[in-house]
Design a protein around this ligand. Sequence first.
Ligand code: SRM
Ligand code: SF4
Length: 540
Amino acid sequence: MSDEKKLSKVEAIKVESGYLKGNIAAELADENPYVSDASYELLKFHGSYQGYDRDTATKRKKAGLEKEWEFMVRMICPGGFLTSDQYLKLDKIAEDFANGTLRITTRETFQFHCISKGNLKNHIKALNENLLSTLGGCGDVVRNVMCSPAPYKNAVQEKLFDDVQKIAKFCAPQTGTYHEIWLDGENLATSGEVEPLYGKTYLPRKFKIAVGVPEDNSVDLLTHDLAFIAIYENEKFLGYNICVGGGLGMTHNKPETFPRLATPIAFVGPDEMFKAIEAVIKLQSDHGDRGNRKRARLKYVVADNGVEWTRKMLAEYFDGELQELRPMGEFLVPDHMGWHEQGDGKWFLGVPVSSGRIEDRVDEKVRTGLREAIGKYKLPVRLTSDQNIILCDIEEGQKNDVASDLKGYDIKLLEELTLVDRNMFACVSLPTCGKALAEAERIKIPFAVELEKVMEKHGIKEERIGVRLAGCPNGCSRPYSTEIGIVGRTPDNYAIFIGGDFEGTRLNFKVLDRVPYANLLDVLDLLFEKYVADRSDEAF
Ligand code: SRM
Ligand code: SF4
């Protein structure tokens, strides 16, 4: 990047903040229901987004009223693991300080919505008292690190889970201002290098890491800035193939922004994982565009400079020879919902949660049912990247009781879901997301019901076809790495993307740009007709 290039205003805010301190503490204590623009940017690093109720904003503006300001809080939960105690406390925190719902995200963690500024500190403090953190939930740092959530007790799964915890620890911001602001603690990190990995400007943009094996690509490895794909030989762990430069966000009508799958770059040995992370992060830190946040992700560094350049630069940052990639198996996405034997005589039960929203609705008391079952049987949980929850460590003799307890709250288990419903998910979108152009989570349930009828008509209702709804092109439900992506364009129009694969190895492409919501099913009807008539088993 040229030295003369103008830096984005967020870069200045980061530098001037003193390692993310800024004026947050004073603004939390003032009378306003909102924070300043600078604090809005800094709060992201602390795991919170300021927003407002989009449903009421226009009406309130016309009436001369202030927007209904509210904060979202996103916690860190590497690999999606929580103890039963932690889960129960989170359920209470959602009730005490947020809107009484817990929202499983597409990155295996929880978000809480509709927190008032006055409750923000209490909320974050309560999470920390529960041995959880929100530092790095959002912001220009490494985000929640993911791996397959299946709690199998075998060497492969345990290794992946263990490495995810290590990566999360290694990449966590070190600034003491988090303790100072939220936990009334002392800022102990004031001398020496405060942020050894990031430096005072942190990264040019968010950075996402996942760890996995080809046989279980449930976390969409190739959509990550950095993916570690474990290579085994006769059950012996050899190291990781690293893939670099994935990411999905784009902007409508800006072809210079695009989704990209990560490129396999090199193999790193069992002791080289941290060295590889440092090298890739340094590459992005030095070469990511700090002037234009729309093009600041690592994927643009790789796309603009080419794979050979990237490999060469990484070898330099790695400070050693990069090894040739090792052969990898075919990518698969096993279904972790329903009952599975863990490998230690106990069972896990994957419970589908529509759009990850754990709440009590008239037809399904998901929140009460999960709280009761997790508390009664003391079950640890894993959150999945398709917004579902796995109840772990269930004794053989408890299986019927757990299932019937959940059914007692009308919770639909896997066998009651159609494949369409099972394989569809939606981003948060309206009313809390400031970027939303159209509905997503709120239309998911009725849309799935109608879509199923169309698929039934074409005899494909029982096929495993991924459908992902997103309220805008940022791609939070990863709509571009599955078969069908439906992406908000304007309040009532959606772009339709098709042609990806369920296994997440191929991006889809846009076929229609502005389809009114009322016509979506008609258009999909035509597409399915063509698909059924023309499809072949041949690979692309
Ligand atoms: Fe996302 C921004 C929600 C996963 C790409 N995302 C947002 C914000 C914070 C809106 C904003 O900037 O004002 C959304 C908050 C909505 C709300 O009201 O709660 C939001 N993103 C989510 C979640 C909750 C979606 C969900 O329904 O589960 C996911 C939280 C993940 C987590 O726990 O960390 C979420 N976001 C993703 C993913 C998928 C993933 O990471 O696997 C992507 C695509 C992958 C990628 O990063 O390329 C994604 N979110 C974005 C982008 C586009 C980034 C880009 O490179 O252009 C934005 C906008 C931005 O960063 O400026 C964004
Ligand atoms: Fe919001 Fe867009 Fe992400 Fe949906 S895809 S949560 S609308 S930023």
